[in-house]
Design a protein around this ligand. Structure first.
Ligand SMILES: [Zn+2]
Ligand SMILES: [Zn+2]
Length: 554
């Protein structure tokens, strides 16, 4: 059995009733411009390290080993589930040649590339460049040196000129799917360590993550993370919006994303626009996602519902489509009366995760309340590790609905350890959530517990004895409604205490209209209906006084 040195230190401190071990991170650029993470550690006021490693978790484990050895604590030097080997991505040099060839064909003279920004400490500088071609300015590309910034700017220009996804022009030695997968598991690995859970638990958990990509410099950030696959039993469902009813990993992760979006909007109205993913937008909206940001979804396996059903007659095309660009969907889509139907979650009156993703691909992932403030946000790509089947996923996520839907980039992405693992980690019926929340966009991934909780998926409330026991979950409807209220007061939008959550949910006329036509179209296509949820679930008010006796206000 594996004994993780970081968990050992946490246990040791708890037993000794000492403060938890504290990691201190600083990022250093090593030789060959490779990023090295430098981490030191304080245990019982004694400082260990620093230790440098190419990934944060390796550096953390390394320095924990120093402390364990010094304190004579037994461990097995924590073999991590993730194999982080990123940041070595090399862009295809050819991209600049390709761009110049394109310009020659167009007979564009005076192609120009200029430095638009240069920032950061001398050892950690970022350069931002932009092409001007045929009299038109193209999006900025940024990087740690001028060459990589130039390559990214060229790729972004080509992607606009050829109206194709940026991915097509970025050739990395690590595939995009693997990159997404690595980020997801690294974040979950750090969270499990901080929660004192074994890496075995981590590996066997169901996992879903939302990631934010900055197209300008190619950086990724996990912004919402969820594990779990249970549903709260009926007596816990109408709990004044305080319990989380649907605890399937992707639904949890999406609520974490919503909290992050609210926090960003609140920041936009209280501090500078520069460090925000949003920018102010013309009416009827208040803000919109800046064009350099995209949202990606990672799923450990094909979600429940139609996506997990495989049409045997379509399997032979699979191998070719480890990456499925939107314009290739029609090549793998196989319409069949047997597949594509709306499904419920096992033994619950709640729609499957696949059908929720279908809905997000039509209406956007931001949902009803946020639609009062921002335009639709689409999920750019969906990465699946296990049970990846391009034709099933394309059918289930978008193609069965026809053309008036966003077809995301779909891809396979896997790292060592994920393929073998089953989902026994959820025998405990736990659902773990973590939201980026109000964290700064450049902040290090540590102290994740601050914005995380462990739910008992049978009750939708925090697990007894866990860090937030007796608090209401950060991601429950009530808290999300509270953030909505806060945003309304900051932006002088109408909000009234006498409106219930379910009433407010229907206030955005466009969203309501679009949702109705979504349901009507499903009927026309004979795909079935979404179940009707108990109306008491959403019937709660923010000023309704005494909250459930099991929960306390957050
Ligand atoms: Zn599900
Ligand atoms: Zn499609």
């Amino acid at each position: 059995m594996e004994i993780n040195p970081i968990s050992v230190l946490h246990e040791y401190c708890q037993k000794k009733k000492e403060a938890n071990p504290k990691f201190h991170a600083s990022c250093a650029v090593g030789e060959d411009k490779k990023v090295l993470y430098q981490i030191s550690l304080t245990v019982q006021k004694k400082l260990y390290g620093p230790v440098c490693a190419p990934s944060k978790s390796k550096a953390k484990t390394g320095v924990a080993v120093l402390a364990c050895n010094d304190l004579k604590l037994y461990h097995t030097a924590g073999k991590q589930v993730q194999k982080p080997n990123k940041s070595t991505a090399k862009t295809d040099l050819n991209i600049i040649t390709q761009l110049y060839e394109y310009c020659q064909q167009q007979k564009w003279l005076n192609a120009k590339v200029e430095l638009v920004r240069e920032e950061g400490e001398p050892h950690d500088r970022t350069y931002a460049l932009r092409y001007t071609l045929g009299g038109r300015e193209f999006p900025v590309g940024a990087g740690k040196n001028k060459d990589s910034a130039k390559q990214r700017a060229a790729a972004r220009a080509l992607s606009e000129l050829k109206e194709a996804p940026l991915r097509v022009f970025l050739k990395h030695d690590i595939s995009f799917g693997v990159t997404v997968c690595e980020y997801a598991w690294e974040a979950f690995g750090i969270l499990c360590e901080e929660l004192g859970e074994s890496s075995d638990f981590c590996q066997t958990s169901q996992l879903a993550c939302f990631l934010l990509e900055n197209l300008e410099d190619g950086t990724f950030r996990v912004v919402g993370l969820g594990s779990g696959n249970g549903v709260a039993s009926p007596e816990w469902q109408a709990c004044k919006g305080e319990s989380v009813i649907d605890c399937h990993s992707v639904v949890i992760a999406r609520r974490c994303l919503l909290v992050f979006l609210y926090e960003q909007l609140i920041k936009l109205f209280s501090s500078s626009e520069e460090e925000n993913i949003f920018q102010f937008a013309p009416a009827p909206y208040l803000a919109s996602l800046k064009p350099q940001y995209q949202i990606h979804l990672y799923l450990k396996e094909a979600p429940c519902g139609d996506a997990s059903l495989v049409d045997a007659t379509a399997v032979k095309v699979e191998k070719k489509y480890n990456e499925l660009a939107p314009h290739d969907h029609e090549k793998v889509y196989n319409e069949s009366k047997k597949f594509g139907l709306v499904k419920n979650k096992a033994s619950a009156n709640i729609v499957s995760c696949t059908d929720k993703i279908l809905l997000w691909n039509v209406l956007g992932v931001q949902g009803n309340l946020l639609s009062n403030f921002i335009p639709k946000i689409s999920i750019s790509s969906i990465t699946v590790s296990r049970h990846y089947n391009a034709s099933s996923l394309a059918r289930a996520f978008c193609c069965r609905y026809g053309n008036s839907i966003h077809h995301p980039w779909i891809q396979h992405g896997i790292i060592e350890g994920v393929e073998k693992s089953n989902n026994t980690g959820h025998e405990k019926s736990w659902a773990i959530y973590w939201t980026h929340g109000p964290m700064d966009l450049k902040e290090d991934f540590e102290d994740l517990v601050k914005n995380a909780g462990i739910l008992n998926s049978q009750t939708g409330t925090h697990v007894k004895g866990s860090n937030r026991y007796q608090e209401i979950p950060i991601i429950c409807k009530r808290n999300i409604y509270l953030k909505y209220k806060k945003l309304c007061s900051m932006t002088k939008q109408k909000y009234r205490d006498e409106y219930s959550y379910s009433y407010t949910k229907n206030l955005c006329p466009q969203y309501k209209l679009d949702k109705n036509s979504f349901f009507m179209r499903l009927e026309t296509l004979e795909l079935g209906r979404f179940p009707i949820i108990d109306s008491n679930v959403d019937k709660f008010w923010l000023d309704d006084g005494d909250t459930n006796k099991n929960c306390k206000k957050y």
